[in-house]
Design a protein around this ligand. Structure first.
Ligand SMILES: *Cc1c(COP(=O)(O)O)cnc(C)c1O
Length: 423
């Protein structure tokens, strides 16, 4: 972090920064804020499509977009159009994806506590794969799957790999609520048991070691455990999960999806994985994070003894990641993206918590003040999808921009929306 102007590399692919503004997808961010109001999520469709295509060509057919990172009908359709399957983990996610028109044959169902209804929903729709997580689920499947109601499945295993990332988003280690442990023998027992379920066809194993991972070592380690573990099985698929990191602030850098995939292919080769096994993954963040920018209006600038608080019209309700994980972001002034940023502020939201901080130490131009538009780049992942109505704040509008045009894909919630559950 520094007083230098914000790095252009943090912006969506089509962004152009000029003296008095920023365009994304050929549309001025300032105009989008004027049309749709703030807070506003803006997604660059070209970036979304490019990342989807990159994943579709780097991995084998069946590679999926992890929809929990950002889900709405338009996003599910876009990922499907660009050749990806769509991962869901709950009945609610499955419902939105199916409503959007994505065929069930391109949907992969996850979940570490699938209800009877969720399994029934997935079976009735005829999902492409269901990823089995635990022994209780296997017993449910035994009752529900049959020759008339068949199922294609993967089994989720924990390879015993500690990914280098935040503890809350680490999932590959032994002590986890997800999947079956390879080393304890549970994973092997699960496979043996699943083979006795009539109508269930087991295609292979799945592992997901965590999220926001910058180093490929953990993935390679996972690959070598999975390849060794399945050496004598007749599986035709292996999924290494999601988790590829993205750069959120200056100084960070992550492998591209293509580099990640090629490193996985090397690891598969070194581990002796059969070449006819389809190599799959399910990136979420790496597809959507950099495509998104959040625009806020500054309402208040308050100086206290130690620092200056700059207060925007959103906060932890549209981006809970700083509170959850201590995640870092950068900020820029929508009208002055190329200006030096000597003003150091704590960028905070309007929620009734001292912890409602978006950026602990944000750098902004000297001219940024109450009434300015301030935006945070790289907010396309786990922002809207984790958004809440805390303090009864309506969730923001989401727009996709492309070729000089904007289209609203999720409208702003209204007070009527917020009141609709009152009985
Ligand atoms: C969250 C999750 C993903 C996506 O993770 P990203 O870090 O967004 O790429 C993929 N697979 C599973 C099973 C997950 O839980």
């Amino acid at each position: 972090m520094s007083t230098e102007p914000i790095l252009a590399s943090l912006f969506p692919d089509t962004a152009a920064l000029h003296e008095r503004g920023v365009t994304v997808g050929g549309v001025e961010l300032r105009e989008l804020a004027a049309t749709y109001g703030t807070p506003l999520f803006v997604y660059d469709e070209a970036t979304l499509r490019a990342r989807c295509r990159e994943a579709a060509s780097a991995f084998d057919d069946g590679v999926a977009f992890a929809s929990k990172s950002f889900l709405c009908g338009a996003m599910a359709r876009l990922a499907y159009e660009e050749g990806l399957c769509v991962d869901v983990a709950t009945g609610g996610e499955l419902d939105i994806v199916l409503r959007s028109g994505v065929p069930a044959s391109r949907v992969i169902m996850h979940g570490n506590n699938k209800s009877h209804e969720e399994i029934a929903q997935a079976l009735a729709a005829g999902v492409h794969r269901l990823v089995v997580d635990n022994f209780d689920e296997i017993e449910q499947l035994r009752d529900m799957v049959s020759a008339e109601m068949p199922l294609n499945a993967l089994v989720r295993v924990t390879p015993g790999v500690e990914a280098h990332t935040h503890e809350y988003v680490r999932t590959g280690q032994e002590d986890t609520k997800f999947g079956f442990s390879v080393s304890s023998g549970d994973a092997r027992r699960a496979i043996t048991t699943l083979r006795t379920v009539p109508g269930l066809r087991l295609h292979g194993v799945h592992a997901h070691i965590g999220s926001q991972i910058f180093e490929v070592d953990g993935f390679r380690e996972s690959m070598s455990v999975l390849a060794a573990f399945t050496r004598d099985d007749d599986f035709d698929e292996l999924c290494i999960g999601g988790g590829l990191g993205v750069a959120y602030v200056a100084g960070e850098s992550a492998p591209s999806i293509k580099e990640w995939a090629s490193s996985m292919r090397d690891a598969a080769h070194e581990s002796g994985l059969r070449t006819d096994v389809r190599l799959l993954a399910e990136p979420g963040r790496a597809i959507v994070a950099q495509a998104g920018v959040t625009i806020y209006s500054v309402g208040v600038v308050k100086s206290v003894t130690q620092r200056t608080y700059m207060v925007v019209d959103g906060g932890m309700s549209d981006n809970p990641r700083p509170v959850l994980y201590g995640s870092g972001y950068e900020a820029f002034d929508v009208d002055r993206p190329l200006a030096p940023r000597p003003q150091v502020v704590r960028l905070v939201g309007k929620h009734c918590e001292s912890g409602d901080v978006l950026i602990d130490e944000a750098f902004l131009p000297a001219e940024t003040r109450a009434g300015s538009l301030v935006a945070t780049p790289v907010t396309g992942a786990y922002g809207y999808s984790m958004a809440s109505n805390y303090n009864r704040v309506p969730r923001p509008t989401v727009v996709f921009v492309h070729d000089g045009r904007a289209r609203e894909v999720l409208r702003r919630e209204t007070f009527d929306d917020l009141a609709r559950l009152e009985v």
